[in-house]
Write a protein that binds this ligand. Structure first.
Ligand code: PLP
Length: 371
């Protein structure tokens, strides 16, 4: 070991990710390596694909983890689906939809943005109006906006996008494992997530899923996918079929971890896991409001797994976050972009969503604010 590693503390992770990791997942990660082309590893890969289909509510053949964090999933969806000049509509109400605008613009898409105030959801009638005024190849939205704590109405938007004929691209980095995701029922064509939020796995993989319509568009491209590493045409030859072709060396141990983390969720039952997130959110809101904090997002639009709070008068948010980390070994997040310095972001994701953890945070907040 090194001094730096020896110095690592055991932190209660209650920020916007990474979340707490179950011992079973650490154990899986520590298993001996096998080769990335070994039949035993291919069995792990195939198991992960089935688990992801189940958790994502999809029959999509092309459902697999990309090597890289959630951002690699975002990039994968855009580089594969966008061709130069394609019209893309981004529904924008936070940091992560802002990144989508950047990613799509870099690829030469004609990006149109429909903006909503931070802390409020995408409004379906406004989307309907916008779609009536133009023809889009892709419409994109963030399901669980981690920068604001808002849940966007992905199912209702999906109906409109389907009628319009565009491909529907949804970011589920923070939603998957914390609230329901039903890709087929919602008509989602391209989806990506990440491991370190509600899947409670260390960061490093990004599950993606593409509908048959999306795969058709990828196969019919006039130009090559402009990114070699994330080109689904080649990735599919490694992740599918009887004869696998080497593309890049899969992060073997990360896939062990994901396989174990997904098994924990599926064994507990996704509905029960979602209900546990909701129950822990309710417990947190009740406790934190009693301490004089207020919730930033209106009740109907709140995410259970990502909570934005504003501090009571006289409490400095940066000093409070620092005290939580140094005195109580609890990590929480600060505000992003225009919300920096204004809110604290509290993640109650995956393994973190347990009563003892929420109580420990509430006790620490009570102590630090003198309540
Ligand atoms: C965290 C997050 C991402 C980016 O994921 P990384 O793992 O940090 O690359 C993208 N979208 C949303 C909604 C996120 O919360």
């Amino acid at each position: 070991m090194t001094k730096a590693l020896d110095a690592l503390s055991e932190i209660l992770l209650m920020g916007p990710g990474p979340s707490m990791v179950n011992e079973a997942v650490y154990k899986a990660m520590g298993k001996h390596l096998v080769g990335h082309m070994d039949p035993e590893f291919i069995a792990v890969m195939d198991d992960i694909k089935g688990q992801l289909r189940q958790l994502c509510g999809t029959a999509n053949e092309v459902t697999m983890p990309m090597s890289g964090t959630g951002s690699a999933g975002m990039e994968t969806c855009y580089v594969n689906l966008v061709e130069h000049g394609d019209k893309v509509l981004v529904l924008h109400n936070g940091v992560f939809s802002g990144r989508m605008i950047d990613v799509a613009t870099r690829l030469g898409a004609q990006v149109d943005v429909l903006e909503f105030p931070w802390g409020t959801p995408v409004l379906v009638p406004k989307v309907k109006e916008k779609l009536a005024g133009g023809k889009y190849a892709i419409v994109a939205v963030i399901h669980a906006e981690t920068s604001t704590g808002v849940c966007n109405p992905v199912e209702e938007i999906g109906k409109l996008v389907r009628e319009h004929g565009a491909l529907y691209l949804v970011d589920g980095v923070t939603s998957l494992g914390g609230i329901e995701v039903a890709l087929d029922r919602w008509g989602v064509d391209a989806f990506y997530s990440g491991t370190q939020k509600c899947l409670s796995c260390p960061p490093g993989l990004s599950p993606v899923s593409f509908s048959p319509r999306a795969i058709e568009k990828i196969k019919a491209r006039k130009s090559k996918v402009p990114n070699w590493y994330l080109d689904m045409n080649m990735i599919m030859q490694y992740w599918e079929g009887a004869n696998r072709t080497y593309h890049h060396t899969a992060p073997v141990s990360m896939n062990y971890a994901l396989n174990a983390a997904l098994a924990l969720i599926l064994d507990e039952g996704p509905e029960k896991v979602h209900a546990r997130h909701k129950a822990m959110h309710d417990m947190f809101v009740k406790g934190v409001e009693a301490l004089g904090f207020s919730m930033f997002v209106e009740k109907p639009y709140r995410l259970p797994m990502l909570n934005l709070v504003t501090c009571p008068a006289g409490v400095d948010e940066a000093a409070l976050r620092k005290a939580l980390r140094t005195k109580h070994n609890i990590e929480v997040g600060g505000g992003l972009g225009p919300l920096a310095g204004k809110v604290i972001r509290i993640g109650i994701m995956g393994e973190t969503a347990r009563e003892a953890n929420v109580q420990r945070l509430l006790d620490a907040l009570a102590k630090e604010t003198g309540r």
